[in-house]
Design a protein around this ligand. Structure first.
Ligand SMILES: [Zn+2]
Ligand SMILES: [Zn+2]
Ligand SMILES: [Zn+2]
Ligand SMILES: [Zn+2]
Length: 157
């Protein structure tokens, strides 16, 4: 893995938006504004009014297709260990999270298979997944936890 996996905001293709392209000759100012909002990208244009959310450029290059950040396979994902988690609004509460790659969470790594390639029943989680403490405020919309440090846990001076 040479590419760094970092989130970057992705935008929808301008084919999907309903902004008309103004006629350059009739309305040059309008066209400029339209152009600023619809930068050229690959063989099309993007619409900056239609963010798709963060994507992973490194994974996208590898897949030859757009890979959004929650589907990134090149980074660790932080998922709550049990079912019940404190609400993100409940102040800063410790949450135990499992940290590992998507392959490990989706039971696709070696630990889940025996030498013959058969599924090993009873493997709850593989040895690559580690347990860590996160804070309830780090919870994201997709239910995973962010790896950004919690502002309330920064050591006191
Ligand atoms: Zn548009
Ligand atoms: Zn990635
Ligand atoms: Zn916190
Ligand atoms: Zn694993």
């Amino acid at each position: 893995m040479t590419e760094k996996h970092e989130p970057e905001t992705y935008y929808a293709n301008a084919d999907a938006c309903d902004h008309e392209e103004p006629d350059d000759a009739v309305d040059p100012g309008g066209w400029d504004a339209w152009y600023d909002k619809h930068p050229a990208y690959d063989d099309g244009r993007l619409c900056l009014d239609m963010p798709l959310g963060p994507g992973c450029p490194a994974c996208s290059v590898e897949a030859g297709d757009m890979v959004l950040w929650p589907d990134c396979r090149g980074r660790d994902h932080l998922r709550p260990k049990g079912g019940a988690v404190p609400s993100p609004d409940a102040g800063h509460q410790p949450v135990t999270v499992w940290v590992g790659s998507l392959d490990c969470f989706e039971r696709e790594c070696d630990d889940y298979f025996d030498d013959e390639g058969e599924d090993i029943p009873g493997v709850d989680r593989c040895s690559h997944i580690r347990e860590e403490q996160a804070c309830s405020c780090q919870r994201q919309a997709d239910g995973e936890y962010s790896s950004e440090p919690c502002p309330a846990l920064t050591p006191a001076p």
